[in-house]
Design a protein around this ligand. Structure first.
Ligand SMILES: C[S@@+](CC[C@H](N)C(=O)[O-])C[C@H]1O[C@@H](n2cnc3c(N)ncnc32)[C@H](O)[C@@H]1O
Length: 249
């Protein structure tokens, strides 16, 4: 019954967009398809989906919400690990439907203070599901503040490092209204942030079905991981391909 519903959703979106997948870039580690990420994943093999999906605010042509059945299908039938970006309120609703995430990260870009931002809100969240997350690798040094260390000791936590899994402050390439940023995708993610997510999710073959300008794929390639990107917008695919070409291994 569930499968029938999922298929109906895929069919509806497929009919709405009528887009066939087409590979626009390929190297030893990364491949970029121009097409519909809701539909194309069925023919692809991967062990994790890491993605910043369209948020459904109709800010651009393809900004339609992703149906909850899509995420359910990935988690429950494909049984892959999953990391999804979103604004905290909407993502909490998604997480409520899918079941408690194994990790919840708040991304609070460092350069927002005192500047107007192209992001609609100051922070975004990342919900992560997966059974062998590499939390240790994203730990960071604790400050020298003795009070903080004493509290950590009382709580039974490590006193020299702390989990970075709560607030990450990586610089945003799109924040600020400086002229050089106006042409960028309003939601382009920093490669450093994607590297941390990929480290945490601990998978070898990653798919980003809504890859935009390809930050997930750039991070994966720099880390020597295999990745597949899909985007419905040909301009995004072209930019992602250009950025991937520039990554030297
Ligand atoms: C929030 S943006 C992703 C930005 C990306 N994280 C980056 O760093 O550039 C969402 C992307 O999903 C794409 N998109 C929307 N609907 C899609 C669909 N059905 N299939 C594939 N891509 C889609 C949009 O073109 C947009 O580039």
């Amino acid at each position: 019954m569930q499968q029938v519903r999922v298929n109906q959703v895929f069919l509806k979106f497929q009919m709405q967009t009528m887009i066939q997948g087409q590979s626009v870039y390929c190297d030893d580690l990364a491949i970029v398809y121009h097409g519909d990420g809701l539909h194309l994943i069925e023919n692809l093999t991967f062990d994790a989906v890491v993605t910043d999906p369209p948020y459904g605010y109709r800010m651009y042509k393809h900004d339609l919400p992703v149906p909850i059945e899509y995420w359910e299908h990935l988690l429950n039938e494909r049984k892959v690990k999953l990391a999804i970006f979103g604004y905290p309120e909407e993502l909490s609703w998604t997480a409520g439907q899918l079941g408690k995430p194994d990790e919840w990260v708040t991304w609070w870009p460092t350069n927002l203070f005192g500047r107007r931002s192209q992001l609609m809100r100051t922070s975004q969240a990342i919900a992560v599901w997966g059974d062998d997350l590499n939390r240790k690798a994203v730990r960071e040094p604790r400050s020298d503040n003795p009070a903080g260390k004493a509290i950590a000791k009382l709580r039974g936590n490590e006193t020299e490092t702390r989990t970075a899994g709560d607030v990450w402050r990586d610089f945003s390439p799109c924040s600020g209204m400086r002229p050089q940023n106006r042409q960028k995708h309003p939601n382009e993610k920093p490669v450093s942030l994607m590297e941390k997510i990929l480290t945490l999710i601990n998978a070898n073959n990653i798919c980003d079905p809504f890859c935009g300008r390809g930050s997930t794929l750039i991070a994966a390639k720099q880390m020597g991981l295999k990745s597949i990107g899909i985007d419905v917008d040909p301009a995004c695919c072209k930019t992602a391909a250009g950025r991937l070409r520039e990554v030297m291994l």
